[in-house]
Design a protein around this ligand. Sequence first.
Ligand code: 5GP
Ligand code: ZN
Length: 118
Amino acid sequence: SRKGKSMDCIFCKIVSGEIPSEKVYESDKVIAFKDINPMAPVHILIIPKEHIGGVDELNESNAGIVKDIMLVAKHLAESFNLENGWRIVSNVGEDGGQTVRHLHFHLLGGKKLSVELA
Ligand code: 5GP
Ligand code: ZN
């Protein structure tokens, strides 16, 4: 069993392959896959393979993964031809609209995105 795996976490199950996903990137530490309910023409979720609940569970020991994820986002934005721009966002907790408690960053693009911060 993998380090930090949470038994009832759907994204840990996507990491293990127990739940299928449309993967668009994979490294030893990070995977990216298409969101099942896309909000834009390109809507990809980028996650650490290690289970971290959210940005609120980052610390000096585990936050290095965020740099890797941002560089994967840049790489995927280029692969998906998002030269007109794109957005990366992570929801945190109930008020933030987080529905899956496994750290993930939404990569959104392919249209003019609405600016709706609150
Ligand atoms: P959150 O609301 O936590 O910021 O984002 C969770 C995202 O995960 C949502 O956009 C939702 O559509 C997506 N999602 C939830 N379950 C699955 C799944 O089983 N497969 C995939 N590919 N995406 C999922
Ligand atoms: Zn998890």
